[in-house]
Write a protein that binds this ligand. Structure first.
Ligand code: ATP
Ligand code: MG
Length: 431
């Protein structure tokens, strides 16, 4: 026998038993985002490699080692998107959504990074992204934070997440801070790993983002950017914390928070949990005004966040609500006899038209009454409809509760719609 083909390492399937909770959570996204007036944008999964090189930064984990890059047949270098911010901004610029305009956008879909797979870290993973353009803040900064807060509240996981906040200041302030960092880390160069030593030359701020515990210990003692901020940056940051205070949102200021991408300035934040081990950041975002010009458009403001769906779902699943997930069907239709399949399928179509929310499965593949009834019972449905030769002859249908001890009923086919509507307490297309 041929060997089974398995999924690519780090790329996982979302199985039917999980999709119900995924869909429930996705619905919450849609409702909450709509309630703030955000609109969905759908973007390609593949972009020109140059887009990511130019935006994310050459000396970042993503661009250095995580991108799935390949040559198109005509030789163009393409990349599976490792994140959505760059593509969203590319689309915004390309379609004129930015110039002199305000946008509140969101997207949802798979991202690809060639990382070492482990719990909460995959090579294909889903992100919900929120991006806003044209607002200089800090009011919009507060809005996207409280929007996240509302998502966690609706999903019942607010207590599991802590908001960490920092500001990266202006480009000039970061430049000045960079010099301070170089002086500091150069003094302790013996304690730096190879990656960090290289970054000392190319992009010293990245050292603050190191996952190496020894480097992290050194980072703890490093000078902070907060200490060398000018008035404007401090005012922006104070404006944000003031709004969060007024809105009753708790936060912790974390001066080491720099984020793994180069395009951030001013506000950065992460929603972090202790419940997921090392992969504790569920949602992360920040302001990236300078990226707009960097991608060739007239200067504008931009701030957004991206949330990892797998990490979020791990938290949601801890609530143990999966077991109370709604059953997948309400009614199972059994058809035993020669002409019964056609009659049953026609009746099922009539019922689906009359009761748009009804979940009705028609048995396919024949078999005895006994074997079909067993399947009906196992399906989780509440009610079985039974079509046999007698029912076909008399335009009738058998109705049997699968959950209550009740005898089978026989009723006219044209009455069964109203019966199900009442029994299942659902609305009909006729209101
Ligand atoms: P990390 O520090 O964990 O590598 P990151 O800074 O690279 O995260 P972002 O690029 O900010 O992550 O992405 C936003 C969110 O997307 C993360 O907070 C996380 O929830 C999720 N995420 C990022 N990379 C992965 C991955 N490989 N697998 C699953 N989720 C991921
Ligand atoms: Mg990463």
């Amino acid at each position: 026998m041929a060997k089974n083909i398995q999924a690519v390492r780090g790329m996982h399937d979302v199985l039917p038993e999980q999709t119900q909770s995924w869909q429930r959570v996705e619905k919450v996204f849609q409702q909450v985002l709509a309630s703030y007036g955000y609109q969905e944008i759908r973007l390609p999964i593949v972009e020109k490699t140059e887009l990511f090189n130019r935006s994310i930064g050459e000396v970042t984990d993503i661009v250095e080692k995580e991108m799935y890059t390949f040559d198109d047949r005509n030789g163009d270098s393409l990349t599976l998107r490792p994140e959505g911010t760059a593509g969203c901004l590319r689309a915004g610029i390309e379609h004129g959504l930015l110039h002199n305009q305000i946008q509140r956008l969101w997207y949802y879909g798979p991202m690809f990074r060639h990382e070492r797979p482990q719990k909460g870290r995959y090579r294909q993973f889903y992100q919900l992204g929120v991006e806003t353009y044209g607002m200089a803040g800090p009011d919009i900064d507060a809005e996207i934070i409280i929007l996240g807060h509302r998502l966690w509240t609706q999903l019942g996981i607010r207590d599991k997440l802590e908001l960490q906040l920092n500001t990266l200041g202006s480009k000039e302030e970061r430049q000045h801070y960079r010099e301070k960092l170089v002086v500091y880390f150069s003094k302790h160069i013996a304690l730096l790993d190879d990656d960090s030593r290289r970054r000392l030359q190319t992009n010293p701020l990245r050292i603050l983002d190191s996952k190496n515990p020894e480097v992290q210990a050194l980072v703890e003692q490093a000078p902070t950017l907060m200490d060398s901020l000018g008035d404007e940056s401090l005012q922006h940051f104070k404006g944000l914390t003031h709004l969060l205070d007024e809105l009753g949102i708790d936060y912790k200021i974390n001066c080491r928070l720099v984020r793994g991408l180069d395009y951030y300035g001013y506000t950065v934040f992460e929603w972090v949990t202790n419940d997921l081990g090392a992969q504790g950041t569920v949602c992360a975002g920040g302001r990236y005004d300078s990226l707009v010009e960097q991608l060739g458009a007239r200067s504008s403001s931009a701030i957004g966040f991206a949330m990892g769906m797998e990490r979020l779902m791990a938290l949601v699943e801890m609530l143990g609500e999966a077991s109370t997930a709604k059953r997948s069907i309400d009614v199972y239709m059994i058809c035993v006899g020669d002409k019964t399949q056609a009659v049953g399928m026609v009746l099922a179509e009539t019922l689906r038209t009359y009761l748009p929310t009804l979940k009705l499965q028609v048995h396919c593949g024949g078999g005895s009454f006994k074997s079909q009834f067993k399947k009906a019972d196992k399906s989780g449905a509440d009610i079985a409809l039974i079509i046999g030769d007698d029912e076909v002859a008399n335009d009738e249908v058998g109705v049997k509760s699968l959950r209550k001890k009740q005898d089978q009923n026989i009723m006219a086919q044209k009455e069964v719609g109203m019966y199900l509507q009442k029994a299942l307490n659902i609305t009909s297309s006729e209101g």
